[in-house]
Each structure stands twice: as structure tokens, then as C-alpha cells.
Ligand binder design. Structure first.
Ligand code: EPZ
Length: 427
């Protein structure tokens, strides 16, 4: 297993190009199942989860390849699908495979998708996905660990999910594009990846309104068509937020190119409260950018995760690392997932003073961490440990960084490009 070897204490300065959003790429790759023809996506991040999704699509008989001439471009053609099934051996490695369920059911009238297991951060059930599809007339049974779904043609329905669910909203949105009549998704997730998915679906002929709000209205159509132009995936706000936290912690001056500040209001507000200086804008060429400058010791800042546009759960571990070396005590509350504090024990190995009480962690900032061998436990925990390693005294080795590779595109190269002393040890 690969490791990252980090020697802390370096300020970061320069530019980082932010990649396309993992959590937009995954549903948008699955959206290509809705049409019998080519779909081209640009700005597709180079991630393990993207590779896994491409493999799932190929397993079904689709063409799903990264362009050899343009490495950030992916071409999918689902006109050759012959097996509308997502097997356990692939789904167990990536829960987001559940996102093939809605498209397969809508286009083929049937789908067999392995019930995703839980993952490190929680049980992560998909009952809302199933409930919504049943409301649209699907017959869904769970047999031998598989979700077996059938529907001659889905019918539009008014669906209110019990809680805000990102992939639940995405699955139901994709299914509704080909349903008969109107679907209204109440309590829909508002994360920026959802409007990005909706824009792709609209380019394919879908009729969608209200995406990005809590109420999405979809008029079903008979069939969708290939988009006439490639769709460029929105920048990854969580990757951008991760780098903002890294620079805030190490000190320095870095500009994130391609990142949208309006997708990170809650995180930027908290970093400014901590003492980082952040500005943003668009270049003459129309490229978004965010600049972060940080000098001296930050102030500890409490926060509570919640659905977008509030502070994202996917940034909780990273901001906790910033609080570890800040001045003061911070209360960090995780309200979305039941087990998303596994980075705490590893941060404590680096000397952090953190006490967990249920869904709240109390972080008492100390002047510096000390390098040690630590172990990644999940995707965002890995990023938290990298940030901690960048500021710890001496050497930090982060093991099991296959977790990191699922969701960060060439992270160590991007950090080295702005002065970090970090290298991958192939294992
Ligand atoms: C998406 O996961 C993201 N993944 C997660 O990012 C992110 O943490 C999460 O949304 C919350 O923002 C992708 O987009 C691929 P949810 P998702 O359904 O859709 C409960 C990362 O680090 N729930 O919004 O699986 C659930 O248990 C990953 O990039 C049900 O009970 O999350 C959780 O407590 C991690 N039943 C809450 O809702 C359901 O049917 C929110 O989950 C669905 C969800």
C-alpha cells in the first residue's frame, strides 16, 4: 500500500489548479446511461472512484473510456448496454455505484444493483432512493444482497425524502427525466453538484426547473439525446476547501485556479474568522480563482456540519486539523454521519488535544504537532492527516492512502508545486 512521506514546517506559495468535482463526475458518468449515444465530459478528475465508475459502466456493456488525446475528457456511449446490473465486487468498493439504479430503471425498465454496504463513516442506507423510486411505480425487492428493480415505465410523483440526501436526490432526478408526467422532489439537496448534473441532463433534452433549491420540478420526456457539446464538470469545492485549510494552517499565499468561492461560503467565512485572508474573483479569461493568505497562528473556530449551503461534512476533518494548532478551544459538531471522527485518534498520535463526546469533538489548540506514523481511515480523514503532517514538526508518514486516491487528483504533486515537502512511497 502506498504511503505519503511528509516533512512539516514549510509555508506554501504559488498556484494550484483545482480539478473537476468528484461528486459531480460520479452522477454525471451514470447519467450517460439514460441515452443511447455518446456523452462527452470534460474536466473529469483522475480519481480511483472515477476509474471504478467507468469499470461499472463497461461491465454493463457501455463504452466508457478516458480520451487518450485529452486526459481530462471521458467519453461514454451507453447504446451498447446489454446487462443493466452493477455487481457486488464493484459496488462494495464504491457506494456511489448506487447512482446507476435510477438511470437503468428509467431507460431499461429494470436494474439489479448490489445493495451498497456501509462504509467507514456510517451505515449509509439507501432507503430514500428506494422509497422514491417506489413512489414512481417501481417494483423493488432486495434479494440475496441485490436491489432488484422493475418498472414498465416510471410515473411522475411528488416525493418528499425523510432527510436531505445528495445521491438520493440525484438518483430520483435522473429517473424522473424519463418518467411519464411531472415529478416534484421536495426536500431536495442543494449541493452545487446537483445543478451541475441538472445542466448536463438539460443538455440531453431533460426538462428540469428548480435545481439548486429544495424543490426540483421535472417534466418527463420520451427519450433523451446525446448532448451536442461536451459538458465541463464543475470545479471540486471540497478539494478547493481542503487546500484553503492546508495553506491557512501552514501559512503562505496560494491562489486556487478554477475554484468557485460562491460554492464555499461557509468554509471561507470560518477561515476568515480564524484569521486567514481570502479573496476571490475571475480572471480576464473568465477563470474563477480564490486566493488564501495566512500569517502567524490562527484562532480556533467552532463549527457544525449541515446540508449545503451550511458547513459541509466533507470539510469537517480538514478544518479540525486547522483547529489542532490554532489559539483556543473549538467545538466541532458532526450532524450528518454517525462515525465521522476516525481522524481524531490519528491526529492525537500527532500530539493533538481532542476529546470526543458523541457527535461533538472538543479541540484544544496547541502551538505545534509532532510528526509520527499515522493511518488513513477514510477519504476526508486522509486529507486531514496530510494537512496535519504539513504543519507537524519532523516527519509524518500517512499509510493506506488508497483512501486519499479515491477523491483527490494528484494531491501530493499539487502540494509539492507550492513548496510542500511531500512524496509518495510506493508500497
Ligand atoms: C454524498 O453522499 C457525498 N457522496 C458524500 O461525500 C457527502 O459526505 C454526502 O453526500 C453528504 O454531503 C457523493 O456525492 C458521491 P447523503 P450520500 O445521502 O449521498 C442518510 C466524500 O467525502 N441517508 O446526503 O451518500 C445518510 O445516512 C463523500 O466525497 C439515509 O438515511 O449522502 C446520512 O446520514 C463522503 N437514507 C444523510 O442521510 C438514504 O436513503 C445524508 O446522506 C440516504 C441518506
Amino acid at each position: 500500500m502506498d504511503k505519503l512521506n511528509i516533512r512539516g514546517g514549510h509555508r506554501l506559495s504559488g498556484d494550484i489548479i483545482v480539478s473537476g468535482a468528484k461528486n459531480a463526475a460520479l452522477p454525471e458518468l451514470c447519467a450517460a446511461l439514460l441515452v443511447a449515444g455518446p456523452v462527452t465530459l470534460d474536466n473529469v478528475p483522475r480519481l480511483q472512484d472515477v476509474a471504478t465508475t467507468l469499470k461499472v459502466l463497461r461491465t454493463m456493456g457501455a463504452t466508457a473510456e478516458r480520451s487518450s488525446s485529452q486526459p481530462d475528457q471521458v467519453l461514454i456511449d451507453a447504446s451498447t448496454i446489454n446487462t443493466p446490473e452493477a455487481p457486488y465486487e464493484l459496488v462494495k468498493t464504491m457506494r456511489a455505484s448506487i447512482l446507476v439504479l435510477g438511470p437503468l430503471l428509467a431507460r431499461f425498465g429494470q436494474a439489479t444493483v448490489s445493495l451498497p454496504g456501509g462504509c467507514a463513516i456510517g451505515s449509509r442506507p439507501v432507503d430514500q432512493h428506494i422509497k422514491g423510486l417506489q413512489a414512481m411505480g417501481a417494483d423493488i425487492r432486495v434479494e440475496h444482497g441485490n436491489i432488484v428493480a422493475r418498472a414498465a415505465r416510471l410515473k411522475g410523483a411528488r416525493i418528499t425524502t425523510d432527510m436531505v440526501t445528495v445521491t438520493g436526490t440525484e438518483n430520483l432526478l435522473m429517473a424522473a427525466t424519463l418518467a411519464e408526467g411531472e415529478t416534484i422532489l421536495e426536500n431536495a439537496a442543494q449541493e452545487p453538484e446537483i445543478p451541475d448534473l441538472a445542466e448536463l441532463l438539460i443538455k440531453m433534452g431533460a426538462r428540469i426547473e428548480g435545481h439548486g433549491t429544495h424543490r426540483i420540478r421535472i417534466q418527463g420526456v420520451e427519450r433523451l439525446h446525446s448532448p451536442s457539446v461536451a459538458h465541463r464538470i464543475v470545479a471540486d469545492r471540497i478539494e478547493a476547501g481542503t487546500f484553503l485549510c492546508a495553506v491557512a494552517a501552514t501559512g503562505g499565499d496560494v491562489t486556487l485556479r478554477g475554484a468557485r468561492a460562491d460554492h464555499l461560503d461557509a468554509v471561507i467565512d470560518k477561515l476568515r474568522e480564524a484569521g486567514a485572508h481570502i479573496e476571490s474573483g475571475q480572471s480576464a479569461a473568465g477563470e474563477d480563482w480564490i486566493r488564501v493568505q495566512s500569517e502567524g497562528r490562527l484562532r480556533a473556530v467552532s463549527f457544525r456540519t449541515s446540508e449545503y449551503p451550511a458547513f459541509p461534512t466533507d470539510m469537517q476533518a480538514q478544518f479540525m486539523a486547522v483547529n489542532c494548532i490554532a489559539e483556543g478551544v473549538a467545538r466541532v459538531s458532526e450532524t450528518i454521519f454517525e462515525n465521522r471522527f476516525m481522524h481524531v485518534n490519528e491526529l492525537v498520535r500527532l500530539g493533538a488535544h481532542i476529546a470526543v463526546d458523541g457527535h461533538t469533538a472538543i479541540v484544544e489548540g496547541i502551538p505545534r504537532l509532532s510528526g509520527a506514523a499515522v493511518m488513513a481511515t477514510d477519504l476526508r480523514a486522509s486529507a486531514s492527516l496530510v494537512i496535519a503532517g504539513l504543519v507537524a514538526e519532523g516527519q509524518t508518514v500517512v499509510d493506506r492512502i488508497y483512501h486519499l486516491d479515491r477523491g483527490y487528483d494528484r494531491m501530493e504533486a499539487k502540494l509539492r508545486g507550492v513548496g510542500a515537502d511531500i512524496e509518495r512511497i510506493k508500497g
